[in-house]
Design a protein around this ligand. Structure first.
Ligand code: ZN
Length: 153
């Protein structure tokens, strides 16, 4: 085994090899054997584990289908980043300790039904299906009476 292959995943070795071939064909038995050997050596601890771009070892016991980043992820080297929390997916939810305004806004009194408001109670902040008010027989849209104040969002 050569050392220059150590920092690549098994699937990458197979991929790189096929790029040098003139015509795309099925991976040769030899390539599969070498990849398998490297994989086995890593699992046995006789070959150093592959490392990702941050220098973290990639556990050789992680199954290939997990360790291999999807093609659209566009990774340059071995990585497990696609398995770790993604920046843009984090901090979407408020923390329990975060304060926010809640309740209803009584600062403005509404007496007319506004377009797009809840058809049941007349508040602008939700739709009829999310309404918490007792369903009226006619609904604020038509009665124009008792428009509920908007909640804080
Ligand atoms: Zn409502």
């Amino acid at each position: 085994m050569t050392n220059n292959s150590v920092n690549f995943t098994v699937s990458q070795i197979l991929k790189t090899k096929s790029e040098f071939e003139d015509e795309p064909k099925k991976k040769s038995r030899e390539d599969w054997r070498k990849a398998k050997e490297l994989e086995e050596a890593r699992k046995a601890g006789t070959a150093p584990a592959a490392v990702d771009e941050e220098g973290k070892d990639i556990n050789p016991h992680i199954p290939q289908y997990i360790a291999t980043a999807p093609w659209y992820y566009g990774t340059a080297g071995p990585t497990l980043k696609h398995q770790r929390p993604q920046d843009d997916k984090e901090a979407k939810f408020s923390k329990l300790t975060e304060w926010y305004k809640r309740g209803v806004d009584n600062s403005k009194i509404i007496t007319k039904y506004r377009k797009g408001a809840c058809e049941n109670c007349g508040a602008m902040t939700h739709k009829r299906k999310d309404c918490m008010e007792r369903p009226g027989k006619v609904g604020a849209k038509y009665s124009g009476a008792e428009i509920a104040p908007d909640e804080y969002i």
